[in-house]
Design a protein around this ligand. Structure first.
Ligand code: KG4
Ligand code: ZN
Length: 338
């Protein structure tokens, strides 16, 4: 049996997890800082770094204890080295390097976005590439094809805002707390998705996305109504906005899977927790004779279990990092920088 400990500190969750043979999660400890950042309406990088420093070793100890393991028992240490906030990433990277050096263990640098894709493997024991992944998080919206566990081909990405960012910004103008995705989803459940015809940008043109126009359209709609003193049905706004995002994500993903000639689709990243995205994508995949996988919500948002899972497949491939591993804040999907 191969044991990997994963560390994740790229944004506002400090997480450590112990995973056996890449697929069996023995522990997954997540210390969220959401409450701290909520009053600023978003993540404050300096606060995030300071909190990671305080939390990281307790979280590592807790993950090992919950797994009934000792650092001496693990085969390798996997850590997110990008993309993310540089100060936040550095805490995880420095911790992992110190642990690897002290315990004489292999060090594995993990791409956070690849980790999100691999979260799917934690809940589906038989799942394996080839597959097409839609990665939708707070900072990224990408479509990627995996020929095998270590080859990623970018099919398309957003030209401007990420899908999660659009959810967060629209939530903010609706005066809902951060993070906005789950709040919009809750409000949308009481609204009519067909009430307002918000734009579906770049429909029909390849695998690229654009969400900044949609965000502006929602803002304009709200401002116009407020100026005229007309009442706004905020549930209808949330439902119509969510439908516009989901329609585009589903259409582009189906287009990408057909183009790549791959009949297996996975969802990844925080927005993959959205139930409308899950159900609409499931219907589209069923209609096209494709299979769909998505992780349970706890593995959609940031967590270290997905990092340990990704690290396991790098470990099998002998893809280890040296103690000169550094944080790479703008690391891209499929890119390796160490
Ligand atoms: O993957 P993640 O935890 O962190 C990043 O790597 O960015 O994604 C966070 C994003 C946030 O923008 C949040 O609003 C969004 O995922 N999100 C959702 C839902 N849950 C989280 N968006 C829509 N519906 C949800 N249920
Ligand atoms: Zn993430």
């Amino acid at each position: 049996m191969s044991l990997i400990i994963g560390l994740e500190t790229s944004c506002d969750e400090t997480s450590a997890a112990v995973v056996a043979d890449g697929r069996t999660v023995l522990s997954n400890i997540i210390s969220s800082q959401v409450d701290l950042h909520q009053r600023y309406g978003g993540v404050v990088p300096e606060i995030a770094s300071r909190k990671h420093i305080e939390n990281v070793m307790p979280v590592v100890h807790e993950a090992l204890a919950a797994a009934g393991a000792d650092l001496a028992d693990v085969d390798a240490i996997g850590v997110t080295y990008g993309p993310g906030l540089v100060g936040a990433l550095l805490v995880g990277v420095a911790t992992a390097k110190a642990l690897a050096f002290a315990a004489g263990k292999r060090l594995i640098g993990v791409n956070h976005l690849e980790g999100h894709v691999f979260a799917n493997f934690l809940a589906a024991a038989e799942l394996a590439p080839p597959l097409v992944a839609l990665v939708v998080s707070g900072g990224h919206t990408s479509l990627v094809a995996l020929a095998d566990c270590n080859s990623f081909r970018l099919l398309g990405q957003t030209r401007d805002d990420a899908a999660g960012e659009a959810f967060d910004k629209v939530a903010r103008v609706l005066r809902l707390p951060y993070p906005g995705g789950p709040q919009i989803e809750r409000l949308a459940a009481q609204g009519d998705p067909a009430a307002i015809a918000f734009p579906r940008a770049l429909s029909g043109t390849g695998c690229e996305f654009s969400f900044s126009g949609l965000k502006s359209a929602v803002l304009n709609y709200l401002n116009a109504a407020r100026q005229k003193g007309e009442p706004v049905n905020e549930a209808d706004v949330a439902a119509s906005f969510q439908a516009a995002v989901v329609d585009v994500l589903v259409a582009k993903t189906m287009q990408a899977a057909k183009m790549a000639g791959i009949g297996r689709v996975v969802l990844a990243g925080g927005v993959a927790a959205n139930s409308r995205l899950r159900s609409d994508m499931a219907a589209a995949c069923a209609a096209a004779g494709m299979t769909l996988h998505y992780p349970p919500p706890v593995y959609c948002t940031d967590n270290a279990a997905m990092i340990a899972c990704r690290a396991y497949y790098q470990h099998l491939a002998g893809d280890w990092a040296g103690l000169n591993l550094n944080a790479v804040p703008a690391l891209r999907l499929g890119e390796k920088k160490y």
